[in-house]
Design a protein around this ligand. Structure first.
Ligand SMILES: CC(=O)C(=O)[C@H]1CNc2nc(N)[nH]c(=O)c2N1
Ligand SMILES: O=P(O)(O)OP(=O)(O)OP(=O)(O)O
Ligand SMILES: [Zn+2]
Length: 139
């Protein structure tokens, strides 16, 4: 019987953003997002944890070589988001406020695009700060 396990890799990226919704007026944006709506933006060191769930190959003892997961995360997360202005450099955030919720959803969708077997993706966890954390499982 093949065992199933969860495999998680962590990456840290630095990016800046401004919480602002084009669907709200400037006054509403200020009221909703407060200091995070400041026009000049602010930065975070985002911690991202991607978790896979699948069978452990009895021959290799691996669900997936972590090196492979690292490559997926480089393409889907680091190359597109690290040291960028999310609202300018990442098209997804041109019409989605760059909240941690949307960052997690964006990463989920991008990982699915790069993975050879997207069915292995179980969860994306985004720590926007040490205190603000979002968990997304594709719902
Ligand atoms: C703190 C910050 O710098 C933020 O950008 C926070 C402000 N509040 C907030 N609330 C959410 N539900 N999701 C967020 O990403 C977020 N970012
Ligand atoms: O408001 P910040 O940017 O300091 O980020 P935070 O984690 O929401 O701050 P706190 O949890 O201390 O309010
Ligand atoms: Zn922020």
């Amino acid at each position: 019987m093949a065992h199933k396990a969860y495999l998680t890799r962590r990456e840290v990226l630095a990016a800046c953003h401004r919480l602002h919704s084009p669907k709200l007026s400037n006054e509403e944006n200020r009221a909703v997002f407060g200091k995070c709506n400041h026009p000049n933006g602010h930065g975070h060191n985002y911690v991202v944890e991607v978790t896979l769930h699948g069978e452990v190959n009895p021959k290799t003892g691996m669900l997936m070589n972590v090196t492979c997961l690292k490559e997926y995360m480089k393409s889907a997360i680091m190359d597109t988001m690290d040291h960028k202005n999310l609202d300018i450099d990442v098209p997804y955030f041109h019409d989605h406020p760059s909240t941690a919720e949307h960052v997690a959803i964006y990463i989920w969708q991008n990982m699915k695009k790069y993975m050879d077997d997207p069915s292995l993706l179980y969860e994306v966890k985004v720590f926007e700060t040490e205190n603000n954390i979002v968990l997304y499982r594709g719902e």
